[in-house]
Design a protein around this ligand. Structure first.
Ligand code: AMP
Length: 193
């Protein structure tokens, strides 16, 4: 795989529980690019009790989406940092068409373009089972079945339309997220190669 052909500006898309975080960890190592997760940044803000954290807390606990204005602001700030110049893996952003349009505008301003949107496709029911198991193991109180189902509904209603958004721009790469971590990782390597 030549350096020039390597994709380094990537949006990772997929429903909750598709294994985005797990695959992101491997990818950022392989590509030496920063992992930019708006979920991680929002959780840090909640923990630190910042004004953004205070606004986001209840929304996140209900499994709903935080407002576009808030997440666009934090994503823009992070993407403008020096270490994102060589590339980035966006995980959990964009999640709405408005966010995707804001990302396009920002990248245009920065003089770069997205290489691809890597979408992990999964069976929704299998993912709910996977998330419930994870909640049990990690003892995550916010990961009860109702919250999980709400996050799925939010994904279907607001985030799934991004598949067509990126497909129409010739940027969509779909990879099955079913199977073992290694199997999915191998599919991703082949798809990006
Ligand atoms: P995640 O870790 O990506 O699943 O994000 C956890 C929660 O943070 C989500 O359920 C949302 O409430 C919120 N969140 C993270 N990223 C976004 C985003 N791009 N737009 C809106 N809400 C977000």
């Amino acid at each position: 795989m030549s350096q020039a052909a390597t994709k380094r500006r990537i949006v990772l898309l997929g429903p909750p529980g598709a294994g985005k975080g797990t695959q992101a960890a491997t990818l950022i190592d392989a590509l030496s690019i920063p992992h930019i997760s708006t979920g991680d940044m929002l959780r840090a803000a909640v923990k630190a009790g910042t004004p953004i954290g205070l606004k986001a807390k209840a929304v996140m606990e209900a499994g709903e989406l935080v407002s576009d204005a808030i997440v666009i602001g934090i994503a823009e700030e992070r993407l403008s940092a020096d270490d994102a110049k060589r590339g980035f893996l966006l995980d959990g952003f964009p999640r709405t068409i408005a966010q995707a349009e804001a990302l396009e505008g920002l990248l245009r301003k920065l003089g770069v373009a997205l290489d691809c949107c890597l979408a992990l496709t999964v069976d929704n029911e299998a993912v709910v089972t996977r998330l419930l198991k994870r909640a049990e193991i990690e003892g995550r109180a916010d990961d009860n079945e109702e919250t999980i189902r709400e996050r799925m509904r939010e994904y279907d209603a607001k985030t799934a339309p991004l598949l067509d958004f990126y497909r129409s721009r010739g940027k969509l790469i779909e990879v099955s997220g079913m199977g073992t971590i290694e199997e999915v990782g191998e599919r991703i390597r082949q798809a990006l190669g």
